[in-house]
Design a protein around this ligand. Structure first.
Ligand code: NAI
Length: 354
């Protein structure tokens, strides 16, 4: 039996944050309507369809009874239930979960960086991790809420304080960076199927902390010198394209739901014994086999590298730093400069919340 939880299940990824979004506009007001997110909850739908999930608990501060009722009519295996904060709903939702996916919080608006979300999302993630620590201490936790560079360190500190931190079970979901890199490289190289490419993307999950390693694309693709900087920039700031195009109605939700599902599905398969499954993720390196050596090189404990997944979660951190090019070294230096501050901010918040 596998129980999966989505916390933030009524949002654009997991649908409409009633805390911050305006009420739906009157029928016929097209301009306003374009600015209000529509019901989607695509990640919850994908998990409902997943044959590896037996029980799906949907937790949010709003709307989960409706989302759960709707999804419960889908003729797939998983039993779905919605939970709200009343009557200790978070605890009931998280109780004995195997996998907890957290896209709870606010998304970016045009002009915002992921770090601008810190003040609100840090507290939300901290509260949810406290519940997880109490009622599902062995769960695999997938943090999607931004800024991932800081919310994962917050999660680790909360779990440590409760004596239940297992670094092999805590993942910052950076898969969307890999998904974007695959797509943009395939476009440039004229490849029909982006999923036939493996493009390692390491570092963090925000702007310059995102480091694509185009020298290690498999099968090999040569990026022409005159296209290199623009391609790096598109992978690092691809999220801004979506935020701008949505014009105030949030950030990536559909591509993120795909990416979050891709990571969750790989993990679920690996837990059940499938071999050879690798996906980059932002983890606490010293606690993952092979990670301490990488952390010595980067000088940061939290960092995303390709992770081999298995029954214990993160079975091995794969060192891809040995073969990087000079251009990639320059990207890595810029990454580490920003990332260290993001990590410190998270750790400080966890110990001294305002
Ligand atoms: P959204 O605003 O549409 O949905 C967030 C949901 O979280 C809302 O339904 C809201 O009610 C809920 N929520 C707020 N406080 C909560 C709490 N204490 N407990 C449970 N639920 C709570 O936002 P969207 O677009 O779904 O994005 C969610 C987060 O994911 C944002 O922080 C965004 O930046 C992040 N994100 C991360 C990506 C990644 O690659 N890791 C990519 C895209 C977005």
């Amino acid at each position: 039996m596998v129980k999966a939880v989505v916390a933030g299940a009524s949002g654009g990824i997991g649908q409409v944050c009633l805390i911050l979004q305006p009420l739906p506009p009157p029928v016929g007001d097209a301009e306003q309507a374009a600015n209000v997110p529509r019901d989607s909850q695509p990640l919850s739908l994908l998990l409902k369809l997943c044959p590896l999930v037996d029980e799906l608990a949907l937790y949010d501060v709003v709307n989960t009874p409706g989302v759960a009722a709707d999804l419960s009519h889908v003729s797939s295996n998983a039993k779905v239930q919605g939970y709200l904060p009343a009557d200790d709903g978070a605890k009931a939702a998280f109780k004995d979960a195997d996998v907890i996916v957290i896209p709870a919080g606010i998304p970016r608006k045009p002009g915002m960086t992921r770090d601008d979300l810190f003040n609100i999302n840090a507290g939300i993630v901290k509260g949810l991790i406290e519940v997880a620590a109490e009622v599902a201490p062995k769960a695999f936790i997938l943090v999607i809420s931004n800024p991932v560079n800081s919310t994962v360190p917050i999660s680790a500190e909360v779990l440590k304080a409760k004596n239940v931190f297992n670094p092999q079970r805590l993942f910052g979901v950076t898969t969307l960076d890999i998904v974007r890199a695959e797509t943009f490289v395939a476009e440039l190289a004229g490849k029909a199927n982006p999923q036939e490419l493996t493009v390692p993307v390491i570092g963090g999950h925000s702007g310059e902390t995102i480091v694509p390693l185009f020298s290690q694309i498999k099968p090999s693709v040569t990026i022409p010198d005159d296209k290199y900087d623009a391609l790096v920039n598109r992978v690092q700031f691809g999220g801004d394209e979506v935020v701008k195009a949505k014009n105030g109605a949030g950030s990536a939700t559909l591509s993120m739901a795909y990416a979050g599902y891709r990571f969750a599905e790989k993990l679920l398969k690996a837990i059940k014994g499938a071999k050879g499954l690798v996906e980059p993720s932002y983890v606490y390196l010293p606690g993952v086999p092979g990670g301490a050596e990488i952390a010595k090189k980067t000088g940061t404990d939290f960092f995303s590298v390709p992770i081999e997944l298995g029954p214990n979660g993160a079975e091995k951190a794969i060192d891809v730093l040995g073969d990087i090019t000079d251009k990639e070294k320059t990207l890595l230096d810029a990454c580490l400069k920003g990332l260290k501050g993001n990590i410190e901010k998270g750790v400080t918040f966890a110990h001294n919340p305002p």
